[in-house]
Design a protein around this ligand. Structure first.
Ligand code: ZN
Length: 278
């Protein structure tokens, strides 16, 4: 990813998406450059974390103003599920439809509508951006461990195939910063959830490390690499390895740049990820 700055705003873009500059605009926004106070300082774009809605609105407006063509943000209510929702142009034209969309439960958004900024606000979950230049279609996925254990990113790919004729080997994927195995401890039920899904079970990245207990002793700690699981699932579904670009940044390690739900004891903001067709 390459880093851009606009005033106090720091935002990232995937290198390989530069080839589609005429087709899409996108951005992964760091936590700087907004108006929210601690613990949401400063560019918090999440409405469900207890921040002042007026400040969140101003922060989202700054995100939109930063992006070329200023897309209209459209989102859904993420529930760590596998539901894929198609965003259609009518969602922009009709205010009631737009309101309904926000309360639609989904963790993957797909569209061919221009000017629609598929948007979620993240803190540790894995943002996955998909671009199909052949059919001029895009997707944004919200993949936490639960969604990943049900292959939500592959669901988005399948939905793009069914709706738009997308072929997996035509798709370019960007996997944005999320919590890495260095910072992400999970428990046995998480491993059980992956084991219960036919595709997810074949592509798990669990590891066990020893960590200090605080009283001079050590204990085993189960770790999960969610981004690696998603990458492997997409590869197994036909996406080309050289078309998956993965950020090496961990939201837990890089709290100077990103919000981390886990590492900031659940009292923090959410950073914006947007992709739009121009
Ligand atoms: Zn880390």
């Amino acid at each position: 990813m390459r880093q851009n700055t606009n005033g106090d705003i720091i935002w990232f873009q995937f290198d390989q998406f530069a080839a589609f500059d005429g087709l899409i605009t996108h951005g992964v926004f760091a936590r700087q450059g907004g108006v929210s106070a601690p613990p949401y300082a400063t560019l918090n774009c999440g409405l469900s974390v207890g921040d002042d809605p007026a400040r969140v609105a101003e922060n989202r407006a700054r995100v939109v103003a930063t992006l070329p063509d200023h897309p209209t943000l459209v989102t859904a209510h993420p529930v760590h599920g596998t539901n894929v929702v198609e965003v259609v142009p009518e969602d922009l034209a009709d205010e009631a439809a737009f309101a309904r969309r926000i309360y639609t439960k989904a963790d993957a958004l797909i569209t061919r509508a221009r000017g629609v900024g598929l948007f979620w606000a993240y803190a540790d979950c894995t943002p996955i951006l998909l671009v199909d230049p052949a059919h001029e279609a895009i997707a944004l996925v919200h993949a936490g461990w639960r969604g990943t254990s049900s292959a939500v990113a592959v669901n988005a790919l399948t939905a793009m195939h069914e709706r738009y004729g997308t072929q997996p080997d035509e798709v370019y994927v960007g996997i944005a910063p999320s919590i890495g195995p260095c910072c992400y401890e999970v428990d046995a039920p998480v491993r059980d959830a992956f084991a219960a899904h036919p595709l997810a079970a074949q592509h798990t990245f669990f590891s066990e490390i020893m960590v200090p207990t605080g009283d001079g002793d050590q204990r085993p700690s189960l770790r999960l690499d969610v981004a690696a699981c998603n990458r492997a699932q997409l590869l197994a579904s036909g996406v080309r390895a050289d078309r998956i670009e993965q950020s090496e940044l961990c939201t837990g390690c890089r709290r100077d740049l990103f919000f981390s739900h886990r590492l900031e004891n659940s009292k923090t903001g959410r950073f914006a990820v947007v992709i739009a067709l121009r």
